[in-house]
Structures are given as C-alpha cells and as structure tokens.
Design a protein. Structure first.
Length: 456
C-alpha cells in the first residue's frame, strides 16, 4: 500500500479536541470540519471522534465520509455510525456493504448494521453471508440475528462448517442466542474437533440450548486443560441445569485457577441449592476479587440469609465489583439491617456517564471482566433501596432525592444493573427503575397544572 504523505502542519493532528464521550457542540463542529482535511490521518481521527460523541447530529457528516477516497476513513466512518445506532443510516451502510471494494469497510458496515438492528438491512446482510472476506461473513452472521429475523438461526447454521474459525464462532453464538435445537448435532460434531479458542463459544451455545444430549460433553469440558474452557463449561452446565452440574461445580471450587473458582461459585448460585452456603462462605476470603464476587452472587442467588453479616461486610471490599455484587444481593435478600448503609451510599454516589462499558464480555465465548462498577453503582443502589421504598420512609425519601439528581434526558437511558453473568445491563430504563420503586414520581422538570384549588 502506498503511503499517503501528510499535507497538514505536524501539530494539526494534536489540535483535534479530546473527546468528552458525550455530545459537545464545539467539539462536533471542529471534528466535522476536520473531515475535510487533505490529510487522511486527520480525517480518520475526526471520524473516530465523532463516533465517540455519539451525537445523531453527526450522522450526515459520517455518511458523507463513507464516500471518502481513503478506505481507512470509510471504515472508521462505518465504525462511528455503529455507535450512533441511527436507522436513518441503514441505506448508506447497506450500499457500502454491497458495493465497497474494501473488505474492512464492508466489515465496518456489517457491524454497524448489526448494532442498528434495522430489519430492512436483512437482504443486504444475507448477501454478505457469502462475502469472500471471513471478517465480513462473521459480522454478517451476527448482524442478521440482531435484525430480529425469525429465521436467522436457520440461515446461518451452515456456517458452523465455514472454513474460518471466526465465522464458525459467530454461527455458534447465533445458535445459542436463538436456542437452535436443530443445530445441536452440528455443534457437538464441531466440538469434537475444536481448539481451545473455538470451544468456549460452542459450550455456551449448548448450555443455552439446553439439549440433554449436550450434557456429557459439558461435563467432560469442565476438566479441559484450558481454564477459559472450564469456565464456560461451568456456566453452560448451570444454564442447562444439567443433572450432575452442581457436583461438577463443587469440585471446581478448589480449582487452582481463580477464574474457574469464580465460575463455579456463580454456577452453584444459579443452580440454587441452599446446602451450598457452607461451601461458598470460605470463598468470601479468597485472594482474588473475581472469586469473592462470584461467591457474593452465588450466596445471594441461593438465598443464603445466614450469610447476611458477611455479605454486609462485602460493601467494604477493596474491589468495586465485589461491592457492586454486595449491593445487588442485599437488596435481593431485602436485608433491612443494611438499609441505612445503602441509603447513605445512594446519597453520596453520583451517577456515572450514560454510556459505560460492560461488566462482562463474552467476546468469542470466553468470559472476561471489564470493570466499570463505580459508574454503575448508582443504578444498583437505586434498585436495592427501591426494594424498601413502598414500606420504609427513609428509602422512599432517598429514592426521591436521588431522582432529582438525574438529568431528565438520562432517565430514559437503560438502567445499568448488576447481574451475576451478563452485560451488567437491565431491561428497564432508569425512569422505570425509579417508578417501580413502590410508588410513582412526578417529573422534576414539569410543573403540575391545576395545583391551585378553584372555588366551587
């Protein structure tokens, strides 16, 4: 590839604004102007910056950047549009998915269409399933499922035999998400010949589908040499609620790998046997925070009220993920002794940025911790204190005060709630979380009409 020389002063790239992560009009104007620079490096940075602002007002500028002569700028514009998730971009993205000569641009457009989830992009994505690039095929497989196509699992099942590993992994993810019972035989066949990079996604898929014939394969995988394979086998056994799954998880509480011990704790919690309380309590003192976090969630899910004093102490843990787990559990178990502490924390904890990273990333099947617990603690406290709001005046007042601190535009963002395994996101908005706390609130930005009494 021929290198494109810089035609701007050396300091021009550094003059671009630092991206605040929320819509900033001044930064947006400067970045949109930078898209007209003669230096492709500056245009790439500008497109990336506009994506980080996530402002729908930048949509047209980014769609125009899809026509840039430099493929790097076009690809970055596609990635940026994926963050905007604006259905109005579907037409431009589908055009470049089908027509652009660069595989990386087509890959970015397929990813963006998947995040947007517009059903009208289905035909273009189906065409991209046979793209010569395995990157594009992978994104098209995932994107087709996200458009809500009811036949997505059937359409991508053949890609469990794709020559590219990344495409096979994507097809396995779709099979699991759609609980594709007809894909079980292909998953089991692939599992017998898979490598440690591919195996986790296959195990997670089998666990989600829950077919009994997959249970023995999951039990064997719990002894795999790869720790991430063992982790995913435990999660899959718990998801399937397979016979003997609890026995397997109990043996893994002493695994030398911290990730496996944490997964075993979560699995026992999901399987919900109260007799496992005594097995999980020692793990609250484990040296690794992931294991302590798993033990807190596990104890909460089996309803271990006898462990409440120890779970209250977890609010003081040095790790923010453990504290977040303790917040969820104390609300989940309606621990009134902890209420005063939870109220105090709610009154002193600000809400983090509306767009935060995920707690857990499944990626290609492996589970990785990506902590943003501090920014999600506010939502967790609203949920925990809200449990008591209908019957306790302290909780009700705390919820009312907390709601006044949230800007009106943030109330309709998705509530970022802690979960034992998942993205750390809830299905409800923050407004619904407040309104579901035992009583309803009047919007703080609207004045009540007719509040003065009229003479009869």
């Amino acid at each position: 590839m021929e290198e494109v020389p810089n035609s701007e002063p050396e300091g021009a790239r550094g003059a671009l604004p630092r991206f605040p992560g929320t819509d900033d009009p001044a930064s947006r104007v400067q970045l949109e102007a930078a898209l007209q620079s003669s230096d492709p490096g500056i245009r790439v940075r500008a497109a990336s910056g506009l994506g980080s602002l996530r402002s729908p007002k930048s949509r047209k500028a980014l769609e125009q950047a899809l026509e840039d002569p430099d493929w790097r700028v076009r690809a970055q514009a596609g990635y940026a549009l994926s963050w905007l998730r604006d259905r109005r971009s579907t037409k431009a993205l589908t055009h470049h998915l089908t027509q652009d000569e660069s595989a990386l641009v087509r890959n970015a457009c397929a990813m963006a269409l998947g995040r947007i989830g517009d059903p009208s992009s289905g035909p273009a994505l189906e065409g991209a399933l046979d793209d010569e690039s395995d990157r594009v095929r992978r994104e098209a497989v995932l994107a087709l499922e996200r458009t809500g196509d009811p036949q997505a699992a059937e359409k991508v099942r053949r890609f469990l035999r794709d020559p590219a590993r990344r495409v096979r992994i994507a097809a396995a993810i779709v099979a699991g998400v759609r609980r594709d019972r007809d894909g079980v035989d292909a998953l089991l066949t692939l599992l017998r010949h898979s490598d440690p990079w591919e195996r986790p996604a296959l195990l997670i898929a089998l666990g989600r589908i829950g077919a009994p014939e997959g249970a023995s394969a999951l039990v064997r995988a719990a002894d795999d040499p790869s720790r991430w394979v063992r982790v995913c086998a435990l999660h899959a056994l718990a998801e399937m609620r397979a016979p003997g799954g609890a026995d397997v998880a109990r043996t893994k509480l002493s695994d030398p790998s911290w990730s496996v011990r944490g997964a075993a704790s979560l699995a026992l919690g999901k399987l919900g046997n109260p007799e496992d309380e005594a097995r999980l309590l020692p793990l609250l003192r484990d040296a690794h925070a992931w294991v302590r976090r798993g033990a807190v969630y596990g104890l909460g899910e089996i309803g271990a009220r006898g462990a409440l004093p120890r779970l209250r102490n977890a609010l003081n843990d040095v790790d923010s993920e453990v504290r977040l787990a303790a917040t969820w559990v104390l609300g989940h178990l309606t621990d009134r002794v902890a209420l005063s502490r939870l109220v105090k924390l709610l009154e002193t904890t600000p809400r983090g940025p509306p767009e935060a990273g995920r707690t857990l990333s499944l990626g290609d099947g492996a589970v990785r911790l990506v902590s943003d617990a501090d920014s999600r603690q506010f939502d967790a406290l609203v949920q925990a204190v809200g449990v008591f709001a209908a019957s306790d005046s302290r909780a009700r007042k705390a919820i009312t005060r907390a709601r006044r601190t949230v800007p009106e535009e943030q109330l309709d963002t998705q509530a970022r709630l802690p979960t034992p395994l998942g993205r750390g996101m809830g299905t409800a908005t923050l407004r619904q979380l407040f309104d579901g706390a035992g009583f309803r609130h009047a919007s703080p930005s609207r004045k009540r009409r007719g509040s003065r009494s009229r003479p009869r």
